[in-house]
Design a protein around this ligand. Structure first.
Ligand code: FES
Ligand SMILES: [Fe+2]
Length: 438
């Protein structure tokens, strides 16, 4: 039996996560005017994407699927990670199941066609050195660039766009270090992404380790102001909760809900110890701003930002958080997290590495993000929505996706009429509905 060397794309169902009640689907939307059906289920192709870590590529081909496309990675003559379409131009063999017999090459497992990092055929083993094929066929190459240990790949057609437009600035900034972590979620890439910049944080994460260290807070019921930068990012300019930069001193800890006859949160016990972390929160709030272009940091003083082709970014003061959702198949996405840090000296470098390994990685990607996963895995993405004013960021983001490279012209996207769900969001912001919407 052939052993696959592919990085597993099998859905990794996190422990204790409920099974999805219904997979998200792109075909049965409740309303014909629904932004979600215009979001491409396999993602935006005319972009650079993170593929895999450089260290994952040794002396065997490695397969990775991005935007529904099977790719194979191997090292070229210079030792750089190269990428070809996984499908052999001869008769469709799967290159990821092949071998690297000679340095800088990959051989198809079927008839031994052997390619270099540019996709040129150098040899066809069973036909001998007289083979007529070399020089006549080229495999499809996908341009790559390795930055801080991450291999990025251009998934588009034609000349690649400037990589700085698609890859965050921490990968180009010599003073920043980046820790990388990957998870697979069996959900549509944009379902994973829309989990940011809305009101879910104070509820979903209320008992995460990170939130137990601070008062929970409330989002503004009227939503927050949004801004679009460079046509590539949308930032929520205020959040009201857990905001590393603005603090939350004026927020009440509990609010009374008359219809329930009770307070939320129900208990005040976390106030017994959250005073103890006030200093750390103050320290985070006082960190200098990040010296990066506005399009990558505009959500710093608010609820974070979304950036094309599919990142949610949030400033924690001491570090900058990014979740990049990479489409794999229609209902599987790879969450690649970047944690950007600014070590002042070797001691802080060592401390950052230690605290990340012992606590930070678990706290953020296991404890915190599994809470997100449990909420979105069984979520439906095709039924009628009633978007709240606090979902305004999602409304902007969906419309920004429509204007992404390879999608619609800005005027065409802007001409799409307001959807029922968008209208509901703005209506309830401005007036009380006469009758409840069901
Ligand atoms: S299919 Fe790849 S060498 Fe024949
Ligand atoms: Fe979350």
């Amino acid at each position: 039996m052939v052993q696959t060397k592919e990085i597993s794309t099998a859905p990794r169902v996190l422990d204790q996560a409920p099974a999805p009640t219904a997979p998200p689907t792109q075909t049965t939307f409740a309303s014909p005017s629904d932004m979600r059906q215009l979001i491409p289920p396999l993602g935006l192709k005319q972009y650079w994407y993170p593929a895999l870590e450089d260290r994952a590529v040794k002396n065997k081909p490695v397969g990775v699927k991005i935007c529904g496309v099977d790719l194979v990675f191997f090292r070229d003559k210079k030792g750089e990670v190269s990428c070809l379409w996984n499908v052999c131009p001869h008769r469709g063999g799967s290159l990821m199941h092949g071998d690297c017999h000679f340095p800088g090459t990959i051989s198809c497992p079927y008839h031994g066609w052997t390619f270099d990092g540019e996709g040129n055929v150098l040899a066809v083993f069973p036909e001998g050195p007289e083979s007529k094929i070399p020089g006549r066929v080229v495999a499809r190459k996908y341009p790559t660039r390795t930055l801080k240990g991450m291999v990025f790949v251009w998934m588009g057609d034609g000349e690649p766009a400037p990589i700085e437009e698609d890859v965050p600035p921490e990968f180009f900034d010599a003073t920043t270090r980046v820790f990388i972590h990957t998870e697979y979620w069996p959900v549509h890439w944009n379902v994973a992404l829309e989990n940011g910049g809305d009101a879910h944080v104070p509820y979903v994460h209320r008992n995460s380790m990170a939130m137990l260290m601070q008062p929970v807070g409330f989002a503004s019921a009227l939503g927050s102001k949004q801004t679009i930068i460079s046509g590539r990012a949308v930032a929520a300019l205020s959040a009201g909760y857990g905001d590393a930069r603005q603090g939350q001193a004026k927020q009440p800890y509990q609010r009374y809900f008359p219809a329930l006859g009770g307070y939320w949160p129900k208990h005040r016990w976390r106030l017994l110890w959250t005073w103890g972390t006030a200093l750390a929160r103050k320290r985070a709030a006082n960190q200098p701003p990040w010296d990066w272009p506005e399009e990558w940091t505009a959500g710093s003083t608010g609820g974070g930002e979304h950036h094309l082709p599919g990142m949610y970014r949030r400033d924690y003061g001491t570090h900058f958080y990014t979740r990049q959702s990479v489409p794999v198949t229609e209902n599987l996405s790879r969450q690649i997290y970047y944690r950007a840090l600014r070590p002042a000296n070797w001691l802080s470098r060592a401390w950052q590495a230690l605290s990340y390994k012992l606590y930070g990685r678990w706290a953020m990607y296991t404890n915190f993000s599994e809470q997100d996963f449990r909420a979105v895995a069984p979520q439906r993405y095709d039924t009628q929505e009633h978007l709240s004013p606090t979902d305004i960021h999602q409304i902007y983001w969906r419309r920004l996706v429509l204007q992404a490279r390879g999608m619609m012209r800005a005027e065409a996207a802007a001409a799409i009429p307001t959807t029922d769900a968008e209208k509901f969001s703005s209506d309830v912001q401005h007036k009380e509905p006469a009758t409840p919407q069901r």
